[in-house]
Design a protein around this ligand. Structure first.
Ligand SMILES: Nc1ncnc2c1ncn2[C@@H]1O[C@H](COP(=O)(O)OP(=O)(O)O)[C@@H](O)[C@H]1O
Ligand SMILES: [Mg+2]
Length: 217
């Protein structure tokens, strides 16, 4: 999946959060986005997802202007924790995966996905009983249910133990090798384990390309 952002500015109410953002993500690329808290990273991905309504002719997805874009099923999204989803109520792993399912995935494909993500045995667990790493895998499985061409992950390693983080990078590197484009927002030093092709830094709503290998913000 190809993303083009051309001179995008965006704000909530009167305050401008994103200032003249331009970048492209080519099909199959792996973009890491770093930057301080409050710099605008989550706001930018919500613009790409159509959650934040942006001005015309600023964002193109597979060369289609975002307001004309309809194939949202092709984009998987793992929101920042405690941001878009409240899991302080009793629900099982299977229920989360079913509730959010937009298209039919057959039982065999579903089980093979859960197996690949390593949560096959957790299907009937209450999500409140899961560790950070297990919960993160449930959200990734949810984002992968529809076979996305682009996977957007907003700080997915926060609260996840170090073994699970290594496992996480193996998983997304493999997905990327299979052709899934990735946008990963992270502060994580271990992101150096990500086989990213491009790294951008958000600073106070402006984007700067960083050429170094150091990933921490
Ligand atoms: N829904 C919202 N309404 C108003 N202001 C918001 C909203 N979401 C984020 N902001 C503000 O926009 C700025 C950027 O936030 P955010 O995109 O979450 O940054 P980051 O993800 O880099 O931490 C912050 O000042 C934040 O308070
Ligand atoms: Mg954020």
């Amino acid at each position: 999946m190809r993303i083009k952002v051309d001179n995008l500015s965006f704000g909530y109410d009167y305050r401008t959060v994103l200032k003249n953002i331009s970048f492209t993500l080519e099909s199959g690329e792996f973009l890491v986005l770093v930057g301080n808290n409050g710099s605008g990273k989550s706001t930018l991905v919500k613009c790409l997802l159509g959650i934040n309504r942006v001005p015309s002719n600023r964002i193109y997805i597979d060369d289609i202007e975002i307001h004309q874009y309809r194939q949202w099923i092709n984009i998987g999204y793992v929101p920042q924790k405690f941001d878009d989803f409240n899991y302080e109520f009793p629900i099982t792993v299977n229920e989360i995966l079913t509730v959010s399912r937009l298209s039919k995935i057959d039982e065999e494909a579903r089980l093979s996905l859960l197996d690949k993500i390593g949560i096959l045995e957790l299907q009937n667990e209450n999500i409140n009983s899961l560790s950070g790493g297990q919960l993160q895998r449930v959200f990734i499985a949810r984002a992968l249910m529809n076979n996305p061409k682009l996977l957007i992950l907003d700080e997915p390693t926060v609260g996840v133990d170090s073994d699970s983080i290594s496992e996480f990078y193996r998983l997304i590197n493999n997905l990327n090798a299979e052709g899934v484009s990735i946008i990963l927002i992270t502060h994580d030093v271990k992101a150096s384990k990500a086989n990213f092709t491009k790294k951008l830094r958000m600073e106070n709503g402006r984007l700067t390309e960083t050429l170094d290998n150091e990933v921490t913000s």
